[in-house]
Design a protein. Sequence first.
Length: 209
Amino acid sequence: MPITICRLYDSYADARRVIVALEVAGLPSSETSMISNNSDAWYVATESTNIVPLRKQDASSETARDGKFEGAAVGVAIGATAATAASLVTMLALPGIGAVVGMGWFAAILGSMAIGGVTGGLLGALTNAGINEEDAHVFAEGVRRGGTLIAARVPPAEVPRIDSIMNRSAVRLQERCELYRRSGWQAFDPNAVPYTADQVRNERALRTN
């Protein structure tokens, strides 16, 4: 039975490089997934994008001028294999997080939950995938604050090898949890107001500079 490994990245670029490394290492693209905060509309949908209509996404030409990815270019950017699945990019509005863009099996699960009206959001999906609850709270809060989550389904024998690849540039979860707690945070709150675009940009600047 596959084991789910999740890692959080402050930079989408770091997460993208890990996706490419996993493909090069032989992990099928069908077993990797990505969820990235899109509150600042860095990703703009095209006609080929599978959009779950939970939130109207603002599209702006400024996204392209800023050198960020548009439409199916996200698929191209994360590797040749994943490029063929660009049409599977999904846009969602998650409780407590707001707009996210996702790709792969985990994003499909979130989309199915949203369409079916199933509660739980990202936190519920993580715990259902086998992630312990304490870590799931930090992962969800990290995405809320602008981060990118990668989830991979891995055969037990491959866990050490894939784990070492996914650790590259990943957030040290315990350290991040302690940092959040020092500011008064206790747990991810799906009822919280999502971060604004400016708050997400500021949070990313704090973590990536």
